[in-house]
Design a protein around this ligand. Structure first.
Ligand code: HEM
Length: 422
């Protein structure tokens, strides 16, 4: 299952060749090295200004018509003919994958819905996910970040993902939902305490089921003893006589947990890695901390954590960049490619914390635009600021080693970030 796109894809089965039909005629198959240098393929595809069928090989089944230009991606994100309702199940059927999965709790959330269901869900959720609630989290996020870095005292070489970039957003989501942080592993995408899922950014069905069990118990608790937290607010959210059903609250909580920590962990780690790989940029931010917000935007643009937007399919023939995508076929909107379109961002491969990165599509665009963008930005700025202040000698543990990226075109994130702190 790919989340926040919500595609149930049990990994063990997708590796069997018989599980997937042959690529449709004309599809380009991209091999497992794609994750190491996606920008080269994206540049090639973008330059031809054509939308092409691609099947990405690797542990995660991902295929469809790939859109790469900034203008085309922006338009596709708001095109009502590209639907999300039932996209997950339709893709699984198309690929010969099991369609049962953990059931409705995962297929009815915001990112799998078109209007009018999406409009209704988003209105109810927006009530609970207010700017005030996000702003109130600042001191908690600062305290969480400090505690995680305090725990590194005495260490010299550490993996900044395992020890900082991943646990920070996870703890923040726990705070947001009002969950007991006693056993965070059960709600995390990597290193899940029940199944040990790790690495490729996907969530197996057993992990999802364990997470849902935990969330259902938590929702029950909030119903009985509401607090000043997002989950209690979701349970209580009303719009006239309308309210979220039990299944919708569970589904929303699941989406928030997954969408909230996986992408943010990648943003923090991608940013720290980019700084360490570009000493001039690191020096610039150290010299002028007012560049921290610009740094966050540039990381979002340069190595967009959500590399391909969630799955959509054409409900009727749709022409994009001169190519007609037949009805019923799947569309992959490559945000990572759009954000390096030279027509919008001059010299796009250059990592430059002083550039104007406004207009990037890292948080999507239109009705599905990321609900958690302010929270993600806040966390990243706090994380970058604290790490840079605390470790003046921070450097990559092995500068000659090529970064190891998750083998999943949907998520742009590193598997680990070994650094020397002192
Ligand atoms: C760097 C961090 C993040 C990135 C790059 C990111 C990216 C995105 C993108 C691209 C979308 C739209 C997908 C599409 O149209 O297919 C999205 C939607 C969403 N994101 Fe985020 N996200 C991040 C953090 C968060 C956080 C922290 C939360 C919540 C705690 C969150 C919750 C959501 C939700 C609920 C949606 C669905 C909105 C809808 O369908 O109306 N995200 N995110």
């Amino acid at each position: 299952m790919s989340v926040p796109c919500g595609i149930p894809e049990p990994r063990s089965e997708v590796n069997e060749p018989s599980a997937s039909p042959e690529p449709p005629g004309g599809a380009e198959t991209v091999d497992g090295s794609f994750a190491r240098h996606p920008h080269e393929s994206y540049r090639r595809w973008r330059e031809t200004r054509e939308v092409r069928q691609v099947r990405f090989s690797g542990p995660v089944p991902l295929a469809g018509w790939v859109v790469t230009g900034h203008a085309a991606c922006r338009a596709a994100l708001v095109d009502p003919r590209l639907s999300k309702d039932g996209a997950t199940e339709a893709f699984a059927r198309h690929e010969g994958l099991p369609t049962g999965g953990p059931g409705g709790a995962l297929t009815t959330h915001l990112l799998n819905s078109d209007p009018p269901r999406h409009t209704r869900l988003r209105r109810l959720v927006q009530q609970a996910f207010t700017q005030r609630r996000v702003a109130m989290l600042r001191p908690r996020i600062e305290a969480r970040a400090t505690a995680l870095l305090d725990a590194l005292d005495g260490s010299d070489e550490v993996d900044l993902i395992g020890r900082f970039a991943l646990p920070l957003p996870l703890a923040v989501i726990f705070d947001l939902l009002g969950a007991d942080p006693g056993d965070p592993g059960v709600l995390q995408v990597r290193g899940h305490t029940v199944t040990g899922d790790e690495g490729d950014g996907e969530v197996s069905v057993p992990t999802a089921e364990a997470m849902l069990d935990r969330l259902r118990a938590l929702i029950e608790q909030k119903r009985a003893h509401p607090g000043d937290d997002l989950l209690s607010a979701l349970v209580a959210a009303r719009d006239g006589g309308d309210r979220l059903t039990e299944e919708e609250v569970t589904s929303m909580a699941f989406l928030l947990v997954i969408a909230g920590h996986q992408t943010t962990a990648n943003l923090i780690a991608n940013g720290l890695h980019a700084l360490l790989a570009h000493p001039d940029q690191l020096a610039a931010v150290r010299a002028d901390p007012s560049l921290l917000p610009g740094l966050t935007e540039e990381v979002l643009r340069h190595e967009s954590p959500f590399g391909i937007a969630s799955l959509r399919y054409a409900t009727q023939p749709v022409e994009i960049e001169g190519t007609t995508i037949p009805a019923g076929e799947f569309v992959q909107i490559a945000l990572l490619a759009a954000n390096r379109d030279p027509e919008v961002f001059p010299d796009p491969d250059r990592f430059d914390v002083t550039r104007d990165a406004a207009g990037h599509l890292a948080f999507g665009h239109g009705i599905h635009r990321c609900l958690g963008a302010p929270l993600a930005r806040l966390q990243a700025e706090i994380a970058f600021g604290q790490v840079l202040r605390r470790y003046p000698a921070l450097r990559l543990a092995d500068p000659d080693r090529a970064p190891a990226w998750q083998d999943n075109p949907r998520h742009r994130g590193l598997l680990s970030l070994p650094v020397r702190l002192r």
